[in-house]
Design a protein. Sequence first.
Length: 141
Amino acid sequence: MQFKKIVPYKIKRLIPMLGLAGATLAAPSCEKEPIPTHNEFLVFDRHNFLTVEQIQQAAAPSDVKTVYLVPRGDWFNYQSQNISLLSKQLQSWIDASPKARGQGDFEFFVGEAAAVPEDSLRIVRNGWTINAYVQDPWLHR
């Protein structure tokens, strides 16, 4: 029977090896620091609509995280046919950039948005609300 002789490491060799192993694990990574981002807000109303070019231009810089399309003013004169046209226009704006998103409230005459449920759902799905702040249904009659 043959026995192999095992030579143990000396402590003065073991400490530098552990230090070297720890240094390789704690090496700094080569990741870039994140670029600070901000949001853009494009405001429109029923008299001043946005263009697809304006949305694409606002979304072009790399530091822009989201472009919010915000409606202002009243939309009470929009009836169901106009809401359908508006819905298609809003969808084209959302499709203009993957960074585009709706924000804010459309205040239509009470019941008009319910007449075109597919269009009002499209508006809500893209981030806007409809008559969210109307307290009294008789308020706008």
